[in-house]
Design a protein around this ligand. Structure first.
Ligand SMILES: Nc1nc2c(c(=O)[nH]1)N[C@H]1C(S)=C(S)[C@@H](COP(=O)(O)OP(=O)(O)OC[C@H]3O[C@@H](n4cnc5c(N)ncnc54)[C@H](O)[C@@H]3O)O[C@H]1N2
Ligand code: MOO
Length: 402
């Protein structure tokens, strides 16, 4: 039986993993395939949006000065000089005292600098329009480049593309962009007691929770999870599956067997690869103490604790930043009870949020790391820092949301 070697704080562990993991290569993809992908290039606008001065309403294009002084009781009178057609430029020019019908999105004719909405006008006859209120300069108009100007930095490298971002790229006519290739992450569960979820466990057996929970977490980071069949407590079988996992993936996550028990072979199997280097074994955090990581050549194998709650929490806190720059949202709430902790380790405690009239209250969900239901009920988690010995009832705390 070994000892925990090279114990780090969770920040040191996270930094070390980030230093030893490189982004997958990039690929050029059509924007319709880029939802949720990470941009691998800056996007500079090649043109102005809008490219011409556009009306934002249906109405009449006018020189605003010609509407000054008009009111319900004393309407102004303008000559109807023509109509702007949608989707084409116009050589119409508005002279003094004239107006032209313009649809929403139409291009303003020269001589006009505002649009009066149709509901504030009345057609007296084919040639005459009454105006019942004044409009100011550039009222109801979108200026050239008002949305985006030529040469403007629209997005920076590393940004996750959301539907509205894809829409903006479409508006600029950018139909393909360089994005990071999706990382492939191998997921291995190990343990003689762990069985496929389709089977009914005998006494002493448990269904394989980690393969499913961890691969869902990997997918939520935008990466591809590659799940391997459960490996029994056999160093040779573990090494075989890890060897396959390393050739087929960018990163390997192995859950179980990471502690120091007699059947905990994960570390030995990792270190049996030539060119392997132990980055850490043990993190001063709860849950997650037995977490370990080994670099094999240019690749990483991370050993997550077997307990499903620990495995998932360690993934969120230590591993997720390898795959995604996405930061989880936080909210503030008032703690509902004292929580004791040990100085010299970071604690992460699942919590439920209870909305109150004026603030959120935070109910800690305390229990052992094997209790998956705790995490399923949690809205997020709170952090008790390394040097603290606990948190007090009624303290305001920051909750990181799942
Ligand atoms: N003497 C000590 N014992 C333990 C320590 C310690 O510091 N000293 N740490 C404890 C902590 S904390 C954890 S967490 C566990 C982690 O141990 P392992 O990573 O070696 O995991 P196993 O022993 O293989 O499994 C622990 C537990 O989780 C269940 N398990 C494992 N894999 C799965 C899976 N894929 N799906 C569902 N459940 C799984 C397994 O049956 C065990 O019950 O070590 C403590 N011990
Ligand atoms: O990783 Mo362990 O949860 O501290 O049970």
């Amino acid at each position: 039986m070994g000892e925990f070697l090279k114990v780090l704080t969770y920040q040191q562990a996270r930094d070390l993993l980030n230093q030893n993991f490189s982004w997958a290569a990039t690929e050029l993809l059509p924007i319709e395939k880029c939802g949720d992908r990470l941009l691998a290039q800056d996007i500079i606008s090649p043109e102005n949006i809008p490219a011409f001065i556009r009306s934002s309403v249906d109405g009449y294009a006018v020189d605003c000065e010609d509407t000054f002084g008009s009111s319900e009781s004393l309407p102004g009178m303008l000559e109807h000089a023509g109509e702007i057609l949608m989707g084409s430029g116009s050589d119409l020019t508005i002279g003094s005292g004239q107006c032209a019908w313009i649809p929403t999105g139409g291009m303003l004719p020269s001589g006009s600098n505002a649009v009066i909405m149709v509901e504030y006008t009345e057609k007296l006859d084919d040639k005459t329009i009454l105006t019942f209120r004044p409009v100011g300069p550039w009222e109801n108009v979108m200026q050239t480049g008002e949305d985006i100007a030529t040469g403007e930095l629209v997005f920076t490298r590393g940004k996750r593309l959301r539907p509205q971002d894809i829409g903006l790229l479409a508006s600029l006519g950018i139909h393909e962009v360089e994005v990071s290739k999706q990382n492939r992450v191998g997921v291995i569960s190990t343990g003689n007691e762990v069985i496929p979820i389709q089977q009914k466990p005998d006494l002493g057996q448990v269904r394989d929770v980690n393969s499913y929970a961890i691969s869902a977490a990997i997918q939520s980071c935008g990466a591809i999870a590659d799940v391997y069949p459960i490996v029994p407590d056999s160093p040779a079988a573990l090494k075989d599956t890890m060897a396959r996992g390393l050739t087929e993936n960018d990163l390997l996550l192995v859950s179980g067997g990471s502690s120091v028990g007699i059947a905990d072979y994960t570390l030995d199997a990792m270190l049996s690869f030539p060119d392997s280097d132990l980055l850490f074994h043990g993190i001063a955090m709860k849950p997650g103490k037995p977490t370990l990581a080994v670099r094999v050549g240019q690749q990483l194998i991370i050993g997550l604790p077997g307990h499903p709650v620990s495995a998932l929490m360690v993934f969120h806190i230590v591993c997720a930043s390898l795959l995604s720059s996405f930061r989880r949202q936080t909210v503030q709430g008032r703690l509902l009870q004292n929580i004791a902790s040990q100085a010299g380790r970071d604690d992460f405690i699942p919590v439920r949020l209870i909305p109150n009239e004026h603030e959120l209250t935070v109910q800690p969900l305390l229990g052992k790391s094997g209790l998956m239901n705790i995490l399923a009920q949690a809205d997020g988690f709170i952090h008790i820092e390394y040097e603290k010995q606990g948190l007090y009832n009624s303290e305001m705390v920051t909750v990181t949301l799942f």
